[in-house]
Design a protein around this ligand. Structure first.
Ligand SMILES: Cc1ncc(COP(=O)(O)O)c(C=O)c1O
Length: 403
Protein backbone atom coordinates (compact mmCIF):
# COMPACT_ATOMS: atom_id res chain seq x y z
CA UNK A 1 0.00 0.00 0.00
CA UNK A 2 1.39 3.41 -0.94
CA UNK A 3 0.00 5.68 1.75
CA UNK A 4 0.05 9.43 2.01
CA UNK A 5 2.78 10.05 4.54
CA UNK A 6 1.61 12.04 7.54
CA UNK A 7 5.03 12.24 9.17
CA UNK A 8 8.63 11.29 8.53
CA UNK A 9 9.25 9.72 11.93
CA UNK A 10 11.93 7.16 12.74
CA UNK A 11 13.30 5.83 16.04
CA UNK A 12 14.82 9.16 17.14
CA UNK A 13 11.42 10.90 17.02
CA UNK A 14 9.55 7.96 18.59
CA UNK A 15 12.04 7.68 21.40
CA UNK A 16 12.18 11.41 22.03
CA UNK A 17 8.38 11.80 22.02
CA UNK A 18 7.69 8.84 24.35
CA UNK A 19 10.43 9.75 26.84
CA UNK A 20 9.36 13.39 26.89
CA UNK A 21 5.67 12.52 27.27
CA UNK A 22 6.43 10.73 30.54
CA UNK A 23 8.11 13.76 32.09
CA UNK A 24 6.01 16.15 34.15
CA UNK A 25 4.96 19.12 32.05
CA UNK A 26 7.12 21.70 33.82
CA UNK A 27 10.26 19.67 34.23
CA UNK A 28 11.47 20.22 30.70
CA UNK A 29 13.39 22.95 28.97
CA UNK A 30 12.22 21.70 25.56
CA UNK A 31 10.21 24.88 24.86
CA UNK A 32 13.32 27.03 25.33
CA UNK A 33 15.46 24.57 23.36
CA UNK A 34 12.95 24.70 20.52
CA UNK A 35 12.98 28.52 20.43
CA UNK A 36 16.79 28.50 20.43
CA UNK A 37 16.89 25.92 17.63
CA UNK A 38 14.54 27.96 15.41
CA UNK A 39 16.42 31.16 16.19
CA UNK A 40 19.62 29.56 15.02
CA UNK A 41 17.84 28.51 11.80
CA UNK A 42 17.09 32.21 11.17
CA UNK A 43 13.57 32.54 12.61
CA UNK A 44 12.99 35.10 15.29
CA UNK A 45 14.09 36.82 17.44
CA UNK A 46 10.64 36.81 19.02
CA UNK A 47 9.29 33.22 18.94
CA UNK A 48 6.67 31.33 20.90
CA UNK A 49 6.30 27.53 20.53
CA UNK A 50 2.63 26.54 20.86
CA UNK A 51 0.45 23.42 20.79
CA UNK A 52 -0.81 24.10 17.22
CA UNK A 53 -0.32 26.44 14.28
CA UNK A 54 -3.92 27.64 14.64
CA UNK A 55 -3.12 28.73 18.22
CA UNK A 56 -0.54 31.13 16.83
CA UNK A 57 -3.18 32.56 14.54
CA UNK A 58 -5.69 32.83 17.37
CA UNK A 59 -3.27 34.69 19.65
CA UNK A 60 -2.46 37.18 16.89
CA UNK A 61 -6.12 37.76 15.96
CA UNK A 62 -7.20 38.15 19.59
CA UNK A 63 -4.35 40.59 20.28
CA UNK A 64 -5.02 42.68 17.19
CA UNK A 65 -8.72 42.72 17.97
CA UNK A 66 -7.94 44.30 21.33
CA UNK A 67 -5.68 46.83 19.56
CA UNK A 68 -8.14 47.67 16.75
CA UNK A 69 -11.63 46.74 18.02
CA UNK A 70 -13.47 48.54 15.22
CA UNK A 71 -12.05 46.16 12.54
CA UNK A 72 -13.79 42.81 12.01
CA UNK A 73 -12.84 41.41 8.60
CA UNK A 74 -10.04 38.95 7.88
CA UNK A 75 -8.97 38.27 4.29
CA UNK A 76 -7.79 34.72 3.62
CA UNK A 77 -7.47 32.43 0.59
CA UNK A 78 -10.65 30.79 -0.69
CA UNK A 79 -8.66 27.54 -0.86
CA UNK A 80 -7.33 26.86 2.64
CA UNK A 81 -7.40 24.39 5.52
CA UNK A 82 -10.76 24.58 7.35
CA UNK A 83 -8.95 25.08 10.68
CA UNK A 84 -7.84 28.54 9.49
CA UNK A 85 -11.42 29.54 8.71
CA UNK A 86 -12.74 28.19 12.01
CA UNK A 87 -10.00 29.99 13.96
CA UNK A 88 -11.05 33.31 12.43
CA UNK A 89 -14.68 32.59 13.35
CA UNK A 90 -13.80 31.44 16.87
CA UNK A 91 -12.02 34.77 17.34
CA UNK A 92 -15.37 36.46 16.61
CA UNK A 93 -14.20 37.79 13.23
CA UNK A 94 -15.57 37.47 9.72
CA UNK A 95 -13.51 35.54 7.16
CA UNK A 96 -13.53 37.03 3.66
CA UNK A 97 -12.50 34.68 0.83
CA UNK A 98 -9.85 35.96 -1.59
CA UNK A 99 -9.58 34.07 -4.91
CA UNK A 100 -6.46 32.00 -5.43
CA UNK A 101 -4.38 31.64 -8.60
CA UNK A 102 -5.17 28.47 -10.58
CA UNK A 103 -1.47 27.73 -11.09
CA UNK A 104 -0.04 27.97 -7.56
CA UNK A 105 -3.11 27.95 -5.27
CA UNK A 106 -1.96 31.14 -3.53
CA UNK A 107 -4.13 34.21 -2.94
CA UNK A 108 -4.01 36.82 -5.70
CA UNK A 109 -2.30 40.07 -4.54
CA UNK A 110 -4.42 42.17 -6.93
CA UNK A 111 -7.58 40.69 -5.37
CA UNK A 112 -6.28 41.60 -1.89
CA UNK A 113 -5.60 45.12 -3.11
CA UNK A 114 -9.15 45.56 -4.36
CA UNK A 115 -10.86 43.85 -1.39
CA UNK A 116 -8.95 45.35 1.54
CA UNK A 117 -10.58 48.23 3.44
CA UNK A 118 -10.41 50.18 6.71
CA UNK A 119 -12.59 47.38 8.18
CA UNK A 120 -9.93 44.73 7.51
CA UNK A 121 -8.22 43.60 10.69
CA UNK A 122 -5.77 41.17 9.10
CA UNK A 123 -4.72 39.46 5.89
CA UNK A 124 -3.65 35.82 6.27
CA UNK A 125 -1.24 35.16 3.42
CA UNK A 126 -0.70 31.40 3.14
CA UNK A 127 2.19 29.85 1.22
CA UNK A 128 0.09 26.91 0.08
CA UNK A 129 1.89 23.57 0.40
CA UNK A 130 5.16 25.50 0.68
CA UNK A 131 4.90 27.58 -2.52
CA UNK A 132 5.87 31.16 -1.50
CA UNK A 133 2.95 33.61 -1.72
CA UNK A 134 3.98 37.00 -3.25
CA UNK A 135 4.10 38.78 0.08
CA UNK A 136 5.55 42.18 -0.92
CA UNK A 137 2.49 43.22 -2.93
CA UNK A 138 0.14 42.02 -0.18
CA UNK A 139 2.21 43.86 2.45
CA UNK A 140 1.84 47.10 0.47
CA UNK A 141 -1.98 46.74 0.55
CA UNK A 142 -1.84 46.08 4.31
CA UNK A 143 0.31 49.17 4.96
CA UNK A 144 -2.13 51.29 2.94
CA UNK A 145 -5.19 50.14 4.86
CA UNK A 146 -3.72 49.64 8.35
CA UNK A 147 -4.41 45.88 8.46
CA UNK A 148 -1.85 43.51 9.90
CA UNK A 149 -0.23 40.85 7.73
CA UNK A 150 0.12 37.24 8.89
CA UNK A 151 2.75 35.26 6.96
CA UNK A 152 1.21 31.78 7.30
CA UNK A 153 3.96 29.28 6.52
CA UNK A 154 2.19 26.38 8.28
CA UNK A 155 3.24 23.93 5.55
CA UNK A 156 6.92 24.74 5.15
CA UNK A 157 9.95 24.95 7.40
CA UNK A 158 13.28 26.17 6.04
CA UNK A 159 11.93 27.45 2.70
CA UNK A 160 12.85 30.99 1.64
CA UNK A 161 11.26 33.79 -0.31
CA UNK A 162 14.39 35.56 -1.52
CA UNK A 163 16.54 35.96 1.61
CA UNK A 164 13.69 35.70 4.05
CA UNK A 165 12.37 32.44 5.51
CA UNK A 166 8.67 31.84 4.92
CA UNK A 167 6.82 32.85 8.07
CA UNK A 168 9.12 35.76 8.89
CA UNK A 169 7.71 38.36 6.49
CA UNK A 170 4.60 39.77 8.19
CA UNK A 171 3.64 41.54 11.39
CA UNK A 172 3.43 37.97 12.62
CA UNK A 173 3.93 34.55 11.07
CA UNK A 174 3.47 30.92 11.91
CA UNK A 175 4.69 27.40 11.30
CA UNK A 176 2.78 24.19 12.06
CA UNK A 177 4.29 20.92 13.23
CA UNK A 178 1.03 19.03 13.04
CA UNK A 179 0.66 15.90 10.86
CA UNK A 180 1.29 16.29 7.10
CA UNK A 181 3.56 19.31 7.45
CA UNK A 182 7.30 19.58 6.77
CA UNK A 183 8.40 18.83 10.33
CA UNK A 184 5.97 16.86 12.50
CA UNK A 185 5.72 16.86 16.27
CA UNK A 186 2.63 14.65 16.32
CA UNK A 187 -1.13 15.15 16.25
CA UNK A 188 -3.69 16.29 17.52
CA UNK A 189 -1.47 18.87 19.22
CA UNK A 190 1.66 18.39 17.13
CA UNK A 191 2.93 21.90 17.82
CA UNK A 192 3.37 25.18 16.05
CA UNK A 193 5.57 28.26 16.18
CA UNK A 194 4.46 31.88 16.44
CA UNK A 195 6.86 34.45 15.02
CA UNK A 196 6.12 38.05 16.05
CA UNK A 197 7.76 41.03 14.36
CA UNK A 198 5.34 43.84 15.26
CA UNK A 199 6.27 45.33 18.69
CA UNK A 200 2.66 46.26 19.59
CA UNK A 201 1.54 42.68 18.92
CA UNK A 202 4.51 41.33 20.89
CA UNK A 203 3.57 43.36 23.95
CA UNK A 204 -0.12 42.51 23.72
CA UNK A 205 0.53 38.77 23.33
CA UNK A 206 3.21 38.45 26.02
CA UNK A 207 1.23 40.57 28.50
CA UNK A 208 -1.56 37.98 28.27
CA UNK A 209 0.56 34.81 28.24
CA UNK A 210 0.04 33.96 31.91
CA UNK A 211 -3.51 32.84 30.95
CA UNK A 212 -2.26 30.07 28.71
CA UNK A 213 -2.03 26.37 29.60
CA UNK A 214 0.60 23.83 28.56
CA UNK A 215 -0.49 21.21 26.02
CA UNK A 216 -1.04 17.75 27.41
CA UNK A 217 1.07 15.35 25.26
CA UNK A 218 0.77 12.26 27.46
CA UNK A 219 2.06 8.83 26.31
CA UNK A 220 -1.46 7.84 25.20
CA UNK A 221 -1.54 10.79 22.77
CA UNK A 222 1.81 9.83 21.31
CA UNK A 223 0.56 6.24 20.96
CA UNK A 224 -2.61 7.41 19.22
CA UNK A 225 -0.49 9.46 16.78
CA UNK A 226 1.62 6.39 16.04
CA UNK A 227 -1.46 4.21 15.40
CA UNK A 228 -3.43 6.83 13.46
CA UNK A 229 -0.68 8.34 11.36
CA UNK A 230 2.42 6.17 11.26
CA UNK A 231 0.87 2.69 10.87
CA UNK A 232 -1.43 3.64 8.00
CA UNK A 233 0.59 1.62 5.49
CA UNK A 234 -0.50 -1.59 7.21
CA UNK A 235 -4.08 -0.88 8.25
CA UNK A 236 -6.59 1.88 8.57
CA UNK A 237 -6.31 4.01 11.72
CA UNK A 238 -8.21 2.56 14.72
CA UNK A 239 -10.46 5.64 14.62
CA UNK A 240 -11.86 4.39 11.30
CA UNK A 241 -12.90 1.03 12.76
CA UNK A 242 -14.36 2.53 15.95
CA UNK A 243 -16.28 5.03 13.77
CA UNK A 244 -17.67 2.15 11.68
CA UNK A 245 -18.72 0.24 14.80
CA UNK A 246 -20.42 3.31 16.22
CA UNK A 247 -22.30 3.87 12.97
CA UNK A 248 -23.33 0.21 12.81
CA UNK A 249 -24.85 0.38 16.29
CA UNK A 250 -26.43 3.76 15.60
CA UNK A 251 -24.19 5.56 18.09
CA UNK A 252 -23.14 9.12 17.31
CA UNK A 253 -19.53 9.63 16.21
CA UNK A 254 -18.27 12.29 18.61
CA UNK A 255 -16.98 15.49 17.00
CA UNK A 256 -13.48 16.54 18.00
CA UNK A 257 -13.59 19.34 20.55
CA UNK A 258 -11.90 22.62 19.54
CA UNK A 259 -8.51 22.92 21.22
CA UNK A 260 -7.55 26.31 22.59
CA UNK A 261 -4.11 27.91 22.59
CA UNK A 262 -1.53 26.35 24.90
CA UNK A 263 2.24 26.08 25.07
CA UNK A 264 3.80 23.20 23.15
CA UNK A 265 3.95 19.83 24.92
CA UNK A 266 7.24 18.20 25.89
CA UNK A 267 6.47 15.32 23.53
CA UNK A 268 5.83 17.48 20.46
CA UNK A 269 8.79 19.78 21.18
CA UNK A 270 11.12 16.81 21.63
CA UNK A 271 9.95 15.11 18.43
CA UNK A 272 10.49 18.35 16.48
CA UNK A 273 13.95 18.77 17.99
CA UNK A 274 14.83 15.18 17.12
CA UNK A 275 13.72 15.76 13.52
CA UNK A 276 15.39 19.12 12.86
CA UNK A 277 18.82 17.66 11.97
CA UNK A 278 17.06 15.83 9.12
CA UNK A 279 15.39 18.98 7.76
CA UNK A 280 17.79 19.34 4.77
CA UNK A 281 17.23 15.66 3.87
CA UNK A 282 13.43 16.07 4.16
CA UNK A 283 13.46 19.13 1.90
CA UNK A 284 15.77 17.50 -0.66
CA UNK A 285 13.75 14.28 -0.64
CA UNK A 286 10.46 16.05 -1.27
CA UNK A 287 11.94 18.22 -4.03
CA UNK A 288 13.17 14.99 -5.65
CA UNK A 289 9.80 13.23 -5.36
CA UNK A 290 7.90 16.33 -6.57
CA UNK A 291 10.30 16.36 -9.55
CA UNK A 292 9.40 12.76 -10.45
CA UNK A 293 5.72 13.62 -10.26
CA UNK A 294 6.49 16.69 -12.41
CA UNK A 295 7.96 14.40 -15.09
CA UNK A 296 5.14 11.84 -15.10
CA UNK A 297 1.90 13.69 -14.32
CA UNK A 298 1.87 15.93 -17.41
CA UNK A 299 1.69 12.74 -19.52
CA UNK A 300 -1.78 11.99 -18.13
CA UNK A 301 -4.43 13.49 -20.32
CA UNK A 302 -6.75 16.03 -18.75
CA UNK A 303 -4.90 16.08 -15.43
CA UNK A 304 -3.20 19.22 -14.07
CA UNK A 305 -0.39 19.47 -11.52
CA UNK A 306 -0.90 23.15 -10.72
CA UNK A 307 2.04 23.67 -8.37
CA UNK A 308 4.54 21.47 -10.21
CA UNK A 309 7.77 23.27 -11.17
CA UNK A 310 11.23 21.71 -11.50
CA UNK A 311 13.25 22.13 -8.30
CA UNK A 312 10.33 23.40 -6.22
CA UNK A 313 9.68 22.23 -2.67
CA UNK A 314 6.15 20.94 -2.07
CA UNK A 315 4.86 19.62 1.24
CA UNK A 316 2.08 17.73 -0.58
CA UNK A 317 1.24 16.73 -4.15
CA UNK A 318 -2.16 18.01 -5.31
CA UNK A 319 -3.57 17.36 -8.76
CA UNK A 320 -6.62 18.89 -10.42
CA UNK A 321 -8.93 16.29 -11.95
CA UNK A 322 -10.55 16.65 -15.35
CA UNK A 323 -13.96 18.34 -15.08
CA UNK A 324 -16.75 15.95 -14.16
CA UNK A 325 -14.52 13.31 -12.55
CA UNK A 326 -16.08 11.83 -9.44
CA UNK A 327 -13.22 12.28 -7.02
CA UNK A 328 -14.51 9.86 -4.39
CA UNK A 329 -15.15 7.10 -6.92
CA UNK A 330 -11.65 7.66 -8.28
CA UNK A 331 -10.23 7.36 -4.76
CA UNK A 332 -11.98 4.00 -4.34
CA UNK A 333 -10.62 2.80 -7.67
CA UNK A 334 -7.07 3.94 -6.81
CA UNK A 335 -7.28 2.07 -3.52
CA UNK A 336 -7.73 -1.17 -5.45
CA UNK A 337 -4.30 -0.43 -7.01
CA UNK A 338 -2.82 0.00 -3.51
CA UNK A 339 -2.72 3.78 -3.73
CA UNK A 340 -4.23 5.93 -1.01
CA UNK A 341 -5.24 9.51 -1.71
CA UNK A 342 -6.95 12.37 0.10
CA UNK A 343 -9.34 15.04 -1.17
CA UNK A 344 -8.16 18.65 -1.28
CA UNK A 345 -9.64 21.16 1.14
CA UNK A 346 -13.40 21.72 0.94
CA UNK A 347 -14.74 24.81 -0.77
CA UNK A 348 -15.44 26.84 2.39
CA UNK A 349 -16.32 29.99 0.50
CA UNK A 350 -18.72 28.23 -1.89
CA UNK A 351 -17.26 30.38 -4.61
CA UNK A 352 -16.12 27.74 -6.99
CA UNK A 353 -18.73 26.56 -9.43
CA UNK A 354 -20.12 23.10 -8.61
CA UNK A 355 -18.84 21.74 -11.92
CA UNK A 356 -15.31 23.02 -11.25
CA UNK A 357 -12.64 20.31 -11.13
CA UNK A 358 -11.58 18.96 -7.77
CA UNK A 359 -8.14 18.57 -6.28
CA UNK A 360 -6.90 15.30 -4.84
CA UNK A 361 -3.70 14.61 -2.99
CA UNK A 362 -1.27 11.88 -4.06
CA UNK A 363 1.16 10.06 -1.77
CA UNK A 364 4.49 11.61 -0.89
CA UNK A 365 6.77 9.99 1.65
CA UNK A 366 10.54 10.01 1.68
CA UNK A 367 10.73 6.25 1.34
CA UNK A 368 9.09 6.43 -2.10
CA UNK A 369 11.21 5.47 -5.08
CA UNK A 370 10.71 6.58 -8.68
CA UNK A 371 8.94 3.24 -9.47
CA UNK A 372 6.52 3.98 -6.61
CA UNK A 373 5.74 7.38 -8.14
CA UNK A 374 5.36 5.67 -11.53
CA UNK A 375 2.96 3.17 -9.96
CA UNK A 376 0.79 5.99 -8.57
CA UNK A 377 0.81 7.83 -11.91
CA UNK A 378 0.12 4.60 -13.82
CA UNK A 379 -2.91 3.82 -11.64
CA UNK A 380 -4.17 7.37 -12.05
CA UNK A 381 -3.73 7.30 -15.83
CA UNK A 382 -5.54 3.97 -16.07
CA UNK A 383 -8.51 5.00 -13.95
CA UNK A 384 -8.84 8.43 -15.59
CA UNK A 385 -8.80 6.78 -19.02
CA UNK A 386 -11.71 4.61 -17.88
CA UNK A 387 -13.57 7.69 -16.68
CA UNK A 388 -12.94 9.34 -20.05
CA UNK A 389 -14.50 6.30 -21.75
CA UNK A 390 -17.64 6.78 -19.71
CA UNK A 391 -16.85 3.99 -17.26
CA UNK A 392 -18.03 4.85 -13.78
CA UNK A 393 -16.40 3.20 -10.80
CA UNK A 394 -18.90 1.13 -8.99
CA UNK A 395 -19.18 2.68 -5.57
CA UNK A 396 -17.90 0.25 -2.97
CA UNK A 397 -18.70 0.95 0.68
CA UNK A 398 -15.93 3.26 1.85
CA UNK A 399 -13.60 1.72 4.39
CA UNK A 400 -11.55 4.79 5.15
CA UNK A 401 -12.66 8.10 6.52
CA UNK A 402 -10.96 11.44 6.56
CA UNK A 403 -9.19 10.67 3.31
C1 LIG B 1 -2.32 27.22 6.00
C2 LIG B 1 -2.56 26.68 7.35
N1 LIG B 1 -2.46 27.50 8.41
C3 LIG B 1 -2.66 27.05 9.66
C4 LIG B 1 -2.97 25.73 9.90
C5 LIG B 1 -3.20 25.26 11.30
O1 LIG B 1 -2.18 24.40 11.70
P1 LIG B 1 -2.43 23.39 12.91
O2 LIG B 1 -3.04 22.16 12.36
O3 LIG B 1 -1.05 23.16 13.48
O4 LIG B 1 -3.29 24.09 13.88
C6 LIG B 1 -3.09 24.85 8.83
C7 LIG B 1 -3.41 23.43 9.07
O5 LIG B 1 -3.26 22.56 8.27
C8 LIG B 1 -2.87 25.32 7.53
O6 LIG B 1 -2.97 24.51 6.45
Amino acid sequence: MISLGYAEWGWPELRAAFLASMRPADASSSTRLLSDAFQSLGYGPCLLPLNLGRSALRLVLDAQRRLAPQRRLVLLPDYVCPSVVSTVRLAGLEPVPVPVAADDLNMLPEAVSSMISHETLAVIAVSMYGVPVPLEEIAASCRRSGAILVDDAAHAVGIRRGDLLLGCGGDAGLLSFNQSKTITGGSIEGGGLLIINNPALQKEIFDNLHRMARATGRPVEVLSFVLNHLCDRFAYPPEVYTGQLRRRFGLPVPARPEIGPALISNAAASAVLAQLPRLPAILDGRIRIAGWYGELLPRIEGLEFPQGRPGRYLSRILVRLPPGTEAKALQDALRTHGVRTRLGYPDWARQRKPEAPELIELPMRLAMSKPDVAKVCGALAKELARVAQGWRTERRPRVGSGE
